[in-house]
Design a protein around this ligand. Structure first.
Ligand code: SD4
Length: 337
């Protein structure tokens, strides 16, 4: 009994401590609250360069970061040669192209669609979920129904090229993401050695506001109904306009387990630079299961309110694109392995 009482007393004291600290932690801005007002956009992978150009058109005219990220990620969504995002994305094991996307603005506004079929611009549907519904997420048939009600046309997203790759895959039907992203399932298929993947994009506009978007067709040949990290707020994307934003790419299951993008933003809140915060999140994945971490790719990309950016990945090969008034460049992210 004494022990139990002591335990309760200690627990209460502990809670009081947490509550006392909560006020300072809950909505604390980053320690250094300098705000960059030179527009800048960053996004995952080499194909981020073209996407950034579309976002830049908005930002250069002093447009809103939210409009910039939507316009930006629509570029790979519409590109049939990009087999990991939108139209032309590789299908699931049943031959169905299912899209995951989310968007977040400067006021914690967020919208997401999961397992959406037949609509190329999943990101625009996600934005409408944010702006026109009382919800944050719509999934599957409900997401499609909403999109059609909003005037989107029903399309076939499976291109002959992607269909052929799927039929080729059916011969073995092996779902085994490999060590490096260049060897991931969708890159091991005939003719598939390209550096394409989910696009995550973060922008800061001339008012210093930040927004982000993330869109993908997910892991090729996944089970029907599988949802990755990309449309999950806090996993594939998180924006806190007080602190900064982060996005991720790679094997979504690993990112969801650590709520990766939210973790990166919270680490920036504690004062870590974007690259260091991304590295710490990658290390969190390793600490859970070091052997598993050697076999998969995960990359994080982040930017803080000062407009400083950085990235880190498990494996080498992760690249990201930056566009600002000062530079237009593709960088290789550092990695653990
Ligand atoms: C997913 N993170 O669905 C996405 C896909 C991806 O490298 O980025 N693959 O898990």
């Amino acid at each position: 009994m004494t022990t139990r009482r002591k335990f309760l007393r200690l627990s209460l004291l502990g809670s009081a401590g947490v509550l006392a600290n909560r006020k300072s932690v809950a909505a604390a801005p980053a320690k250094d609250n300098t705000v960059n007002k030179e527009p800048i956009v960053i996004s995952t992978w080499n194909f981020g360069k073209e996407a950034n150009s579309a976002a830049w058109e908005v930002l250069a005219k002093k447009g809103r970061a939210l409009d910039a990220v939507e316009a930006g990620v629509k570029v790979p969504e519409a590109d049939p040669n990009n087999q990991s995002v939108g139209y032309g994305g590789l299908p699931d094991r049943d031959g169905r192209v299912t899209l995951d996307a989310c968007i977040m603005d400067e006021k914690y506004g967020c919208g997401s669609v999961m397992c959406l079929e037949h609509v190329t611009h999943a990101i625009s549907v996600a934005r409408l979920v944010m702006e026109k519904t009382p919800h944050v997420v719509l999934a599957g048939d409900g997401a499609l129904q909403f999109a059609l009600e909003q005037g989107f046309k029903k399309e076939n997203l499976l291109t002959p090229e992607s269909e052929q790759k799927w039929k080729e895959w059916l011969k073995t039907s092996k779902y085994e993401p490999q060590v490096n992203v260049e060897n991931q399932l969708y890159h091991t298929m005939p003719g598939g050695k390209d550096n394409h993947d989910t696009i995550g994009m973060i922008a800061q506009d001339a008012s210093g506001n930040m927004s982000g978007a993330c869109t993908t067709s997910g892991m090729a040949y996944k089970m029907h109904g599988r949802v990755g990290d990309s449309p999950i707020i806090g996993a594939g994307l998180y924006v806190d306009n007080e602190v900064g934003a982060a996005t991720s790419t790679g094997v979504g299951e690993e990112v969801i387990r650590i709520v990766g993008s939210h973790l990166v933003v919270e680490l920036m809140r504690q004062g870590l630079k974007p690259e260091a915060a991304c590295k710490a999140a990658v290390e969190r994945i390793i600490s859970r299961n070091p052997e598993q971490a050697k076999k998969v790719q995960v990359g994080f990309l982040a930017m803080n309110k000062k407009g400083e950016y950085g990235a880190y990945a498990l494996q080498s090969g992760f690249t990201y694109a930056v566009r600002s008034g000062k530079e237009e460049k593709i960088y290789d992210a550092k990695s653990i392995y």
